[in-house]
Design a protein around this ligand. Structure first.
Ligand code: ADE
Length: 261
């Protein structure tokens, strides 16, 4: 049950797990101010005319959840978006693609037999739906940005990461406190959750907090790896050269839409 409504005039919360994922966004803020609470720097300001709060959550579900609580209770965000990277699970999801959440699930939650596997105990929910309007407008923004990836990345970077014609997908994103980097583990996740498109470490935790507070939420993830034995190769290079460029371009395109929220 939603406990509280988000204020419609509050800023938009933009969250990422790694510093490199927001470092290109911060210089674009006007009237930037840093507020330090709960061991994190929250950057308030305007991005393309919209009030935003940009924050580095750090990695993992607890870090992301505690950041989300601060965004909601201290900054009164009207909506939150998590941007970053994920490992591709579904066969059609390739490195360089973008996945927008339709639903989010915590794949490492299992209180069975007391509760069904993946259900967050005493909530009755396993799959947290993303806000439909956020997800749709983010998807359209990603479609627009990826229509010409050469402009954004350049031929050399695309060739270096084997990116040809990147696509945008919408569907289930799963989160857990593990970097999935063996083919055996990603195969097990695929078998258990055949409709999961991508795996990461924060999104579903923020989705749970936003659900509990009635704050619209969606996640947008660039696929950095296939969650297999090669998952950690070039990870930081990918974030610097592909993911941060995608994130900045997609978020700016999205924020400039009058119907984004
Ligand atoms: N984020 C990016 N790639 C990931 C992976 N393979 N597992 C978990 N989180 C990720």
């Amino acid at each position: 049950m939603n406990l509280q409504r988000s204020p419609s005039n509050g800023p938009v919360g933009i969250v990422a797990a790694l510093r490199q994922e927001i470092s290109d966004l911060l210089p674009l803020l006007s009237n930037a101010r840093c507020v330090h609470i709960g061991s994190r720097d929250f950057w308030t300001g305007e991005l393309d005319g919209r009030p935003v709060v940009v924050v580095l959550s750090r990695v993992g579900k607890v870090a992301a959840a505690s950041t989300a609580v601060a965004l909601i209770t201290h900054f009164g965000v009207r909506a939150a978006v998590f941007a970053g990277v994920a490992g591709g699970l579904a066969s059609e999801v390739s490195v360089g693609d973008v996945v927008v959440s339709a639903e989010l699930l915590q794949h490492d939650v299992d209180a069975s037999p007391l509760f069904p596997r993946w259900e967050i105990p005493l909530t009755g929910v396993a799959r947290f739906p993303a806000d439909a309007r956020l997800a749709q407008t983010l998807r359209e923004s990603a479609d627009a940005v990826l229509a010409d990836p050469h402009v954004l990345l350049g031929a050399e970077v695309m060739a270096a990461f084997g990116i040809r014609t990147p696509r945008v997908h919408s569907g289930l994103i799963i989160s857990g406190d593990r970097f999935v980097c063996t083919s055996a583990e990603s195969a097990a996740l695929r078998e258990a959750l055949p409709d999961a498109l991508a795996v990461e470490m924060e999104g579903a935790a923020v989705a749970q907090v936003c659900h509990e507070w009635g704050v619209p939420f969606a996640a947008i993830r660039t696929i950095s790896d296939r969650a297999d034995d090669a998952a950690s190769v070039d990870f930081m290079q990918f974030i610097a050269q592909v993911d941060s460029r995608y994130s900045v371009a997609i978020l700016r395109q999205w924020l400039s839409r009058p119907d984004a929220l």
